[in-house]
Design a protein around this ligand. Structure first.
Ligand SMILES: CC(C)(COP(=O)(O)OP(=O)(O)OC[C@H]1O[C@@H](n2cnc3c(N)ncnc32)[C@H](O)[C@@H]1OP(=O)(O)O)[C@@H](O)C(=O)NCCC(=O)NCCS
Length: 171
């Protein structure tokens, strides 16, 4: 995406601190991620399974983030594999999508979603994702882009309540 001053580009290590700061603001406002101790933000944004990630930059600041993850095993990939008939190694998890509160509803979330979804075939994979059932804005975005609900997961956490997720597959 390239609007007047907003660019989507590949994330580098130099972006990590700004991404973590943005995620903390998103967490405070939207409750995403659903369950995450603040000290785990950096690890949440740089898991080993991250294959590629992008940031949206506006006037020198980070205003959005999205990634593709390719973990060796994952309950969402298993559910999506059953739904699509594709093996898990032909799927990529679209993850960590968020935009800055001050730029919302201007098309950036959709642009980041399309960017990552469009990249998955370049990895020989189809994009799938999971989303918290308590995140209706994100669910509305995915469904407006033609993603299909393919299942649900209820994952007990070590601490806190159950993680209730919808699984979606890209068109
Ligand atoms: C979900 C999120 C990424 C959308 O970002 P955004 O920059 O506002 O997205 P867009 O402007 O491209 O909006 C795209 C669509 O999302 C849906 N949407 C976004 N905000 C919405 C809201 N407040 N109410 C209802 N639908 C909403 C709409 O379908 C919207 O399309 P429209 O504006 O044409 O009606 C953003 O709200 C966010 O970061 N939320 C917190 C993090 C999160 O929940 N991430 C998902 C993890 S699975």
């Amino acid at each position: 995406m390239r609007s007047e001053t907003t660019v989507i580009r590949e994330k580098t290590a130099a972006d990590d601190a700004a991404c973590a700061a943005l995620l903390r603001r998103v967490h405070a406002r939207d409750g995403y991620p659903l369950f995450l101790p603040p000290e785990d933000v950096a690890g949440f944004l740089r898991p080993e399974s991250e294959r590629i990630a992008w940031v949206a930059e506006h006037d020198g600041g980070i205003v959005g983030h999205v990634a593709l993850h390719c973990p060796p095993e994952d309950p969402t990939l298993s559910a999506a594999s059953t739904a699509t008939g594709l093996p898990p190694d032909r799927l990529a998890l679209l993850a960590r999508l968020f935009t800055a509160p001050e730029v919302r509803r201007a098309g950036l979330g959709r642009a980041l979603l399309r960017h990552a979804t469009g990249h998955a075939p370049l990895l020989g994979r189809r994009a799938v994702l999971d989303v918290g059932m308590s995140l209706p804005k994100a669910v509305a975005l995915y469904e407006s882009e033609g993603w299909s609900r393919a299942g649900e997961l209820h994952i007990p956490l070590d601490e806190g309540p159950m993680l209730d997720l919808w699984v979606y597959v890209s068109p």
